[in-house]
Ligand binder design. Sequence first.
Ligand SMILES: NC(=O)c1ccc[n+]([C@@H]2O[C@H](COP(=O)([O-])OP(=O)(O)OC[C@H]3O[C@@H](n4cnc5c(N)ncnc54)[C@H](O)[C@@H]3O)[C@@H](O)[C@H]2O)c1
Length: 418
Amino acid sequence: MDYRVSNISLAEEGKIKIDWAEVHMPVLSALREKYGKTRPLEGIRVGGCLHVTKETGVLIRTLKTAGAEISWCGCNPLSTQDDVAASLVKDESVSVFASRGVATTQYYEDIHSVMRFEPNITVDDGADLIVEMHKNINKIKSIIRGGTEETTTGVIRLRAMQKLAKLMYPIIAVNDAETKHDFDNIYGTGQSALDGIIRATNILFSGKNVIVAGYGHVGKGIAKNASGMGANVIITEVDPIAALKAKLDGYSVARMTRAATIGDVFITTTGCKDVIAEEHFTQMKDGAILANAGHFNVEVSIQALEHQSLSKKKINKDVVQYDLQNHNRVYLIGEGRLVNLAAAEGHPSEVMDMSFANQFLSVLRLVKYGSNMKPIVYDIEKSQDQEIAMAKLEAMGIEIDKLTDQQNRYLEGFSEGT
Ligand SMILES: NC(=O)c1ccc[n+]([C@@H]2O[C@H](COP(=O)([O-])OP(=O)(O)OC[C@H]3O[C@@H](n4cnc5c(N)ncnc54)[C@H](O)[C@@H]3O)[C@@H](O)[C@H]2O)c1
């Protein structure tokens, strides 16, 4: 079996971590038990390009128990947990190509190693694997049945491909499930992004001016958590509705040019590029901290930061100090990559339970129906969302009410008024 991990002897630690995550992922565990009996993925090759974390380890175990053969690589140069990667190779016989801290060339070589495995289904986070697959689409057209996409930025890229008629196989937008983006993006990133900043810097959030760029799902979660810790949160936005929601949720809203002058900590969450750019760095206070929670490392313009700096030095494994021409210092965490994965462990297992239950059920749907699906981006079916939410509630020991027949008739009718 072909693989590339940094240190296979870390497997035991990785296995303990995956076991820990499994305990906190009851929905996925129930699916593993159910489909481990019928093995609907027997003979199916799944190629994944998604953060190699302990939670992904549980997804991989589930796919494997359902019969799949698997090859996997990371979807971010800084997010791989090396011990988990080692365990997936040693204990699960999965062909993993991933290590933490890879250069861009190695990152793409790993993606190509997964492509050489000729997957029938791709599982992506950010769409790098899908985009690479499309560069050689004629070669794999007869093999591929479909793919899934985990994150907002990936879905945006794939919808752009669809619009230009460049998408060649069906994709299920896992991110767009309510049981994904309303939980993973909000509560998951909301907590883990701050965890990353705290692990990297040990700063006190209370009393800080925290600038959150973007008030979408991720931004809302981060703003709420930072505010809960006593920070003064200021939102920057480009969408008037999102900006208004932020204001009415109790935050200040300002343009980045103004926010840049008062921020102690900056966290970008937009999926857009150059949100913090040259003109902002020059306005920042001495000691400002910069972090990004959006998918790619383009939100804080590193090129502009380098251009404004006289020198830089690493002050710990996750933080680089930039000495600006105006003699102020700013600190960048995790090279401007996803701070929750670069400087912490990514989302808590409890939310990934639902995200990855969506991934698993979407893979099953593609195996069953992929050959009859069009090369477009599909939404998760409402019934799948409901099934996952119900399973999660049950696992939490929570019961909810059920509509009576009379209530159903009332909600579907129009005749009963004042
Ligand atoms: N760190 C993680 O683990 C993690 C988890 C989920 C999503 N993501 C990524 O986070 C990013 C945001 O995801 P989301 O689900 O919150 O998206 P979203 O679409 O819900 O929110 C993005 C918000 O940013 C705003 N925005 C866009 N450009 C802006 C700009 N230049 N300045 C200020 N605001 C701007 C938009 O108006 C929108 O309100 C994506 O890149 C997504 O892939 C990361």
